[in-house]
Design a protein around this ligand. Structure first.
Ligand SMILES: Cc1ncc(COP(=O)(O)O)c(C=O)c1O
Length: 390
């Protein structure tokens, strides 16, 4: 086996064990509520698109994606000074493939990534085989200077809208500063944005991609590489995502995609195109926001009741997670996960979001998958697990 496999985290084994725990309240994943999926609409659309254009839906397609879908995404994201053309868009097998292809295109062995810390586990997994070194960017903390950290990096990686794992929102001034830092360093700025529609308390902020497009020409040729996905906006199982970037970057990523899967499934792309044309994501959004907001509030209420003496946390203004940090620096959240499984619940420990696996003081708690009474029950069980290891 290749050497990089030795660097994976054994917490994954614990999650596999979680499947065996009866009546588990799973607060660990990042899954949307299945009841929100527009099942009938998607079933109808799937039948229609296969019959309407079997060539698009069932043949091998162009590596970069169906032209009509690339055009639709270019139109959907063009606004203000941002002018996108088909050549700015690559269709991917969801967001994860965008991360994987970026690793292939940008990281040489030992290359440096300036990554928002703590960092999305899936990105660390995608890039691990490339053997990168990380410069953590602890945005918002004293002494964090992205401009210095980005110098000499192959790229910078941020999740400005409700980071996974922390739920943190990067404000407008910070977005401008990140873009300026990337431009000064001459490095790519990867904006990973699965949660960009999930604002519960205020209207969405401009994307860093929008800021990069200000005053730019056509087609877009800036430093920001934007990753989008239908996973949190519609359904995760379609595995449909997109990269928006300068045409040269799209060409490089398409070269890497050839060796990965030749093209994203045509049926899935045809469904996505029709879903955009019919405005399906917009139609379900109000219900998604209302349900997620109520669940976030239910989780926070349960945490205030049961965890207030052991953990501190911030209220996330969107997304899917609350990040809680133990007041006692000696509380080891890898140990807490084991105890939580014994008590019938699970959360994600901070070690998996740290490339070195050393941060063991925080947990990520998901609030979108479980109804309020189950969230309460999960937090009650978690509090018992905390008491058991103290
Ligand atoms: C920050 C971030 N990036 C990318 C992804 C990948 O999602 P998908 O491959 O389903 O589009 C996720 C999923 O949870 C995520 O949280």
């Amino acid at each position: 086996m290749a050497r990089w496999l030795a660097g994976t985290n054994d917490v994954t084994q614990l999650f596999l064990a979680a499947g065996q725990v009866p009546d588990l309240v799973n607060l660990a994943g990042g899954l949307p509520e299945p009841a929100l999926w527009p099942v009938e609409d998607l079933a109808r659309i799937a039948g229609e698109v296969v019959r309407a254009d079997p060539q698009a839906a069932l043949a091998y397609g162009p590596i970069e994606g169906l032209p009509a879908l690339r055009d639709a995404i270019a139109r959907r994201f063009s606004r203000g000074g941002l002018n996108l053309a088909r050549g700015n868009v690559l269709i991917t097998t969801a967001g994860m493939q965008g991360l994987d292809l970026l690793g292939k295109v940008l990281i040489d062995e030992g290359g440096v990534i300036a990554a928002q810390a703590p960092a999305y586990l899936g990105a660390l997994d995608a890039w691990r085989p490339r053997g990168p070194r990380y410069r953590p960017m602890r945005l918002g903390e004293n002494g964090c200077d992205p401009a210095t950290l980005m110098r000499g990096a192959q790229f910078a990686y941020v999740v400005p809208n409700f980071s996974n794992p922390t739920g943190r929102l990067v404000d407008l001034a910070e977005r401008r500063a990140l873009l300026a830092a990337a431009e000064a360093a001459g490095t790519w700025l990867v904006e990973d944005d699965p949660y960009g529609t999930l604002f519960y308390d205020a209207p969405p902020l401009p994307r860093i991609l929008d800021l990069a497009g200000e005053g730019g020409g056509e087609p877009y040729d800036g430093r920001v590489v934007y990753l989008g996905t239908l996973s949190k906006e519609l359904v995760p199982g379609l595995r449909l995502g997109w990269v928006i970037a300068a045409p040269d970057m799209i060409r490089a990523l398409a070269t890497a995609k050839t060796g990965a899967d030749m093209c994203t499934g045509g049926l899935v792309q045809a469904i996505a195109l029709r879903a955009f044309e019919e405005g399906l994501p917009e139609r379900i959004l109000p219900e998604v926001l209302a349900l997620n907001r109520a669940r976030r509030d239910a989780l926070l209420a349960a945490m205030a009741e049961h965890l207030g003496d052991a953990f501190d946390w911030q209220v996330p203004a969107g997304g899917m997670f609350v990040w809680a940090t133990a007041r006692d620096p000696a509380l080891d959240t890898d140990r807490l996960l084991r105890a939580a499984l014994d008590h019938g619940t699970c959360v994600t420990p901070s070690s998996v979001f740290d490339p070195d696996g050393r941060d063991r003081r925080s947990i990520r708690i998901n609030f979108t998958l479980n109804a309020p009474d189950r969230l309460h029950e999960g937090i009650r069980r978690l509090a018992r697990a905390v008491a058991a290891i103290r």
